[in-house]
Design a protein around this ligand. Structure first.
Ligand SMILES: Cc1cc2nc3c(=O)[nH]c(=O)nc-3n(C[C@H](O)[C@H](O)[C@H](O)COP(=O)(O)O)c2cc1C
Length: 195
């Protein structure tokens, strides 16, 4: 199989992280993959805010958890048994799961392709991360992590332009040693329509 196919099939959401920070040269490659993602009209308008301050990440993750209203897993309808999400485990108080690196993707408010541009960049990051042995997880509704006075203070500290908003996050960190790599759920059939 081509290495790119292997990576696509191997990537899984990782929510249990080893405590150590990811190596700087590895992070640089992961970010480069994001910078080379497609963008609408080639505008390259996405801003990547890379935070490795654990106290800040935890606090934002808690704000995000407090603002999230996930449909809790029941009747075996889990998100992940091996890497539980906040929808699986009500005891998780940090929606960033203690990730040592959190990348928040910002795009211009009111820009038609803001979400797509950020998601494209995010997927590139996650694939590069997997190829380099780093675990990752996509977090939607990125703005929810900043939806209180502390979050607003952080946006000012990071000098995020007022006409931009947080679309999503990607969590990065080495998977916890000893954890098995998660198995994907079986793919639902009938989704490819040969029309
Ligand atoms: C739009 C979107 C939003 C997501 N938001 C969250 C989230 O807030 N928290 C989380 O733990 N995982 C989140 N995920 C990750 C999914 O739960 C995960 O991709 C899915 O369960 C499939 O698992 P896999 O990534 O291992 O293939 C999100 C994924 C997408 C595409």
């Amino acid at each position: 199989m081509q290495p790119v196919m292997e990576t696509i099939l191997h990537r899984r959401s990782i929510r249990r992280f080893a405590p150590e920070q990811i190596r700087e040269e590895t992070l640089a490659q992961i970010l480069q993959a994001g910078l080379y993602a497609p963008s609408a009209g080639g505008r390259q308008g996405v801003l990547f805010a890379v935070c490795q301050d654990r106290a800040v990440n935890t606090r934002l993750g808690k704000i995000k958890r407090a603002n999230a209203k996930p449909r809790m897993a029941k009747n075996g309808n889990y998100v992940s048994r091996e890497q539980p999400s906040i929808a699986d485990d009500p005891h998780l108080t940090d929606a960033f799961y203690g990730a040592p690196t959190v990348v928040t993707f910002f795009a211009p408010k009111g820009f038609l392709f803001a979400a797509e541009d950020c998601a494209m960049a995010a997927e590139n990051l996650m694939l590069a991360a997997d190829a380099l042995g780093v675990g990752s997880c996509y977090i939607g509704q990125g703005w929810a992590a900043f939806a209180d006075p502390y979050g607003q203070e952080i946006l000012a500290q990071w000098a995020i332009p007022g006409d931009h908003y947080a679309v999503c996050q990607v969590l990065l960190g080495y998977p916890r040693p000893g954890d098995p790599h998660p198995t994907p759920k079986p793919r639902k059939s009938g989704r490819v329509l040969r029309v």
